[in-house]
Design a protein around this ligand. Structure first.
Ligand code: MG
Length: 372
């Protein structure tokens, strides 16, 4: 019996936080999330999450787009991810271009794809990592550290079991070097420390900024340039840099990923399942990356549903050297929805059907700003 999509529901949530989460281009003063639940004609259901960190007012907009455009489009369709992906690419492209919003449209399609994979695995009664053909162990790193209190936060995260840590840079050369050098001194030579510039530098100043960090051996430097700088600028920087480059959270579409991978300037590629492609997109990027010896390390810095989808996807499509990103900052929309136990730098995913994130909407009620 073929099943179809019976219902698409979305919740927009905002959790207050004590301290803003800052990066090189802005700050989050609260933590938003857009959760999508898709229910099929046989009663099966699955959850996905749509990127909504920036702009801060944008989560409600994505909620309205889902309700007004996406839900009517997919309701009644066959509920397999490939069919829906093709349908959405065909039926939303013109509108996305017309309103100048390819980003939010791609983000929502990514969230829907996650929900459909979750649903398929739940229906089969197996965990998503297994459904996708992977193992259950995932290496993780603690992300979003800095620019303040970096040593205290890193040591706290080490106490929780993390063995790899990502520092935000791109603030000022002095601050970046002081933060990285103090983190390296506190964590020791064996610790893995990544750095993330969040597109802060220009082709003219990026090499110097990276060279200043290199003595403390960052595992990678992420988004040293704007994601849309020409490939030649990225290639020239990679050729001059002693630190491997990482990027991908701001690439949209398989072609840009394939071009970046094939050009050879990235050693780490970072698709975000809630910004483009969902689990299907991550799978396709990983397949291309494997042909060029590029390591896939998915980006994720939002709620627990997308974190679960991201971790199950990398468990299936990553390699032994992949890492999943786990936000180090407090966020009840992550911690209460997909709590993690970290053991010596690894997470062992559960055997629960699907990706295992089932938001308890009664408990999350104080954070709900938009419900079906
Ligand atoms: Mg980043």
């Amino acid at each position: 019996m073929s099943t179809t999509i019976a219902r698409v529901e979305r919740w927009v949530l905002r959790a207050p936080i004590a301290n803003p989460v800052a990066n090189a281009f802005g700050a989050m003063t609260n933590r938003p999330a857009v959760f999508v639940r898709i229910t099929a004609s046989d009663g099966a259901w699955g959850w996905g999450e749509v990127f909504s960190n920036f702009p801060q007012v944008g989560a409600e907009h994505r909620g309205r787009l889902i309700e007004s455009i996406f839900a009517p489009l997919v309701t009644g369709c066959a509920d397999d991810p490939a069919t829906v992906r093709t349908l959405l690419e065909r039926r939303t492209r013109q509108m996305a271009i017309q309103c100048g919003e390819p980003g939010p449209f791609a983000q929502i399609s990514g969230g829907i794809d996650q929900a459909l994979w979750d649903m398929a695995a739940r229906r089969a009664g197996v965990p998503l990592w297994k459904f996708l053909g992977g193992g259950k162990r995932v290496r993780v790193y603690a992300s979003g550290i800095g620019p303040d209190d970096v040593v205290a936060i890193a040591e706290k995260k080490r106490g929780e079991g993390f063995r790899a840590f990502k520092l935000k840079v791109g603030f000022s050369p002095e601050r970046d070097v002081a933060n990285l050098s103090s983190m390296r001194a506190a964590l020791g030579d064996a610790a893995i420390i990544m750095t993330d510039a969040n597109q802060a530098w220009t082709p003219a100043d990026a090499s110097e900024s990276i060279a200043a960090l290199a003595p403390w051996h960052p595992h990678w430097v992420e988004e040293p340039l704007l994601a849309d700088e020409p490939p030649d600028a990225w290639s020239a920087l990679a050729a001059r840099s002693d630190v491997p480059l990482a990027a991908g959270e701001n690439l949209r579409g398989l072609l840009p990923f394939e071009q970046a991978i094939d050009a050879g300037y990235l050693r780490f590629v970072q698709p975000d399942v809630g910004k483009w492609g969902g689990i299907s997109g991550l799978r396709d990027v990983a397949a291309r990356a494997a042909t060029r010896n590029v390591c896939v390390c998915p980006h994720w810095l939002a709620g627990g549903v997308g974190l679960a989808a991201s971790m199950h996807a990398i468990a299936a499509f990553g390699s032994a050297v992949s890492y999943a990103e786990v936000d180090a900052n407090p966020n009840p929309l992550r911690e209460e929805v997909f709590p993690l136990a970290i053991d010596d730098g690894n997470v062992v995913l559960s055997d629960a059907p699907g990706h295992g994130a089932e938001p308890d909407l009664r408990r999350l009620q104080p954070y709900v700003v938009m419900a079906p």
